[in-house]
Design a protein around this ligand. Structure first.
Ligand code: OXD
Ligand code: MN
Length: 608
């Protein structure tokens, strides 16, 4: 097979490639006008070649292999360091299908804009064709995609984060659905023009077309803006596919927990970005006899299995974790995962050629090269690593990875947890009265605004289901969809229990009341003893809460009065919060399901 465009073909189209994929690649090449096209096979030799080329180009710097074998540091453009939510668009046919939590653009209008931007956008560059599977290859729960990109950094990262290459491409047949993802850094090179280490464009568009299952991303090479398999596909587009097919694509970690009696449970837990999902996914329990193993740290796809139970897979194959704050005292498992074969982005480099970031060790080295390549010392007065600097590493390197993390049928979910970062009001743990109440708890996930985010300090920043930036359709319809998934599970009598947790409540003196990290195993213990039918609970206006004696604080520096504060329910603050929730629900203009608004009425009634 050959491709009839002006490009010089560098690697042949793999034998047996589906015609629809080939003609789509031809069509995109005819718009973007790359110099070459490379079909990625996902082999180690290919990764090696890309890494070598990126070292030559200055995109990658080798980490000293004596410290961290086969690892690389990438320094991004200082203006391309995070997901750009205000440049992220859902281009559904109808505006109300995007809903008030998304930026909407009419698909026709967006296509005109994108046509202009993508025309010739890959001139002077290689266009890579990157086929991948989200979920274990061939799993009934997995989905396929192909990303076209002109960024070798994106190819190498996708090779770690997904099952990428020929095996995925071979699964695409004439009737197989696959997600079309087009990505360009938006930095064409004129003949003879020298490249920069991190090409990108000030103009950025991260556009999703839910009806046609397409993603078009322009201008950025960073994280979720560019690794389209992750947030763009596995959450935004997948959430729409899941709505249409009766399953759930969620911003959730997945863990396997074994109790001292040897019973195994699986938990799916949703927390907003930067609330410690990776830490919980890799937690080492402090209480004897309990074991936590990792299945996923960011995304879960959940659906009703043939046995009628809710089952989940981690669609990803790697971790794209935030580096700062990760150290042996906070997440030793993550530190042991990134021993080698890791891409680091925007971290600092030590003089001995290893990496460093704030929180990796208690004391900063005396001298570093910071994430922008400048000389740094503790007196510099600025962070050495960018606060959103990352490690990209294969999940199979994680010492706590569960044996069944790639089970194609997924694992049975026993409990669902929703968490936010709340200094006030929300207790350490609450159990939902039923699935509908659980959906309400998910819908009301929020965090107080801090000085780091725009807006009034203390005001609630809503992040329903931790999917605020990631739901590809109207958020209120997402809640309705959760209700219908619960109703389907109820027909077989196996509805998982739902809980809300808050590790971040503060006392009157402003300090955290709960130690967090491995001590959160004590909360998991209460949750799973409830699931196992071993403990009674207390009614409260917010749901079921532990009897004080059932929270295991043996050996912990948490006083009885701290515990009281962790579970205190202040009627007036909760009535104020209920008003704020009502205002939030009103932004959906009548679309919030009655089963959810009823929960608000029940809350007010119970508060009395
Ligand atoms: C992430 C995020 O990168 O949620 O996982 O922002
Ligand atoms: Mn995330």
């Amino acid at each position: 097979m050959s491709i009839a465009t002006a490009v010089r073909q560098q690697s042949p189209v793999p034998e047996g490639t589906n015609r629809a994929v080939v003609s789509w690649v031809e069509q995109i090449a005819a718009i973007t006008l790359p110099d070459d096209i490379v079909w990625c096979d996902g082999s180690i030799a290919e990764w090696d070649r890309l890494a070598h080329e990126m070292v030559e180009a200055g995109t990658f710097t080798r980490i000293n292999a004596e410290h961290r074998p086969y690892s690389f540091l990438a320094r991004s453009d200082p203006d391309d360091v995070a997901r750009v939510e205000d440049r992220t668009f859902i281009c559904s046919e109808r505006e109300e299908d995007a809903g008030p939590t998304n930026n909407w653009r009419a698909p026709g209008e967006m296509r005109v804009t994108l046509d202009g931007l993508f025309y010739g956008s890959m001139r002077g560059r290689i266009m890579y064709v990157v086929p991948f599977s989200m979920g274990p290859l061939g799993s009934p729960l997995a989905k396929l995609g192909v990303q076209i990109t002109d960024s070798p950094y994106v190819v190498a990262s996708t090779g770690i984060m997904t099952r990428m290459g020929t095996a995925a491409l071979n699964l695409i047949g004439d009737t197989t659905p696959w997600v079309h993802a087009v990505h360009s850094v938006g930095a064409p090179l004129a003949m003879g023009e020298a490249d920069v280490a991190w090409p990108c464009n000030k103009t950025k568009y991260i556009s999703h077309f839910p009806e046609t299952r397409e993603i078009w991303s322009y201008g950025s090479a960073y994280g979720g803006n560019a690794l389209l398999a992750k947030k763009a596909f596995a959450l935004r587009i997948a959430s729409v596919i899941a709505r249409d097919e009766g399953w759930l694509a969620e911003h959730m970690l997945l863990i396997k927990v074994t109790n001292p009696r040897g019973r195994v449970f699986h938990i799916a837990a949703a927390f907003p970005s930067a609330c410690g999902k990776t830490n919980l996914a890799m937690m080492v329990p402090t209480i004897p006899g309990w074991k936590v193993e990792t299945i996923g740290d960011d995304i879960a796809w959940l659906g009703r299995g043939e046995d009628g139970r809710l089952r989940a897979i981690n669609p990803e194959a790697g971790f794209f974790g935030v580096a700062p704050g990760t150290g042996y005292s906070t997440n030793a498992t993550a530190m042991d995962t990134i021993w080698g074969n890791t891409i680091f982005t925007n971290v600092a480099m030590r003089d001995d050629g290893d990496v460093w970031w704030e929180g990796m060790t208690d004391k900063a080295p005396d001298h570093l090269t910071d994430w922008e390549g400048r000389s740094w010392s503790p007196a510099s007065g600025r962070p050495a690593a960018h606060p959103n600097s990352r490690f990209t590493v294969a999940a199979r390197q994680c010492p706590s990875i569960a044996g069944e993390w790639e089970d194609p049928r997924g694992v049975v979910i026993d409990a669902i947890i929703f968490g936010g970062r709340r200094a006030t009001n929300v207790p350490l743990v609450v159990e939902a009265r039923d699935w509908e109440h659980g959906v309400y708890l998910g819908a009301t996930i929020s965090s107080e605004r801090t000085a780091a985010a725009e807006g009034t300090i203390g005001e609630l920043r809503r992040d329903p289901f931790a999917m605020g930036p990631f739901c590809g359709y109207n958020m209120a319809d997402h809640w309705a969809h959760w209700l219908s998934v619960g109703a389907a599970l109820r027909t077989t009598g196996s509805v998982p229990r739902v809980f809300q947790v808050n590790w971040f409540r503060k006392g009157a003196d402003g300090s955290f009341l709960w130690p967090g990290f491995g001590e959160n195993s004590r909360v998991l213990e209460w949750i799973l003893e409830r699931v196992d039918g071993k403990l009674a609970a207390q009614e409260s206006p917010l749901g079921l809460i532990p009897r004080r004696e059932d929270i295991n604080i043996d050996g912990l520096d948490v006083s009885e009065s701290d515990l009281d504060e962790l579970f205190a329910i202040d009627r007036d603050s909760w009535l104020t919060e209920a008003d704020s929730t009502e205002r939030f629900f009103n932004t959906f203009e009548g679309r919030v399901p009655a089963a959810v608004t009823n929960q608000l009425a029940v809350l007010r009634e119970k508060l009395g």
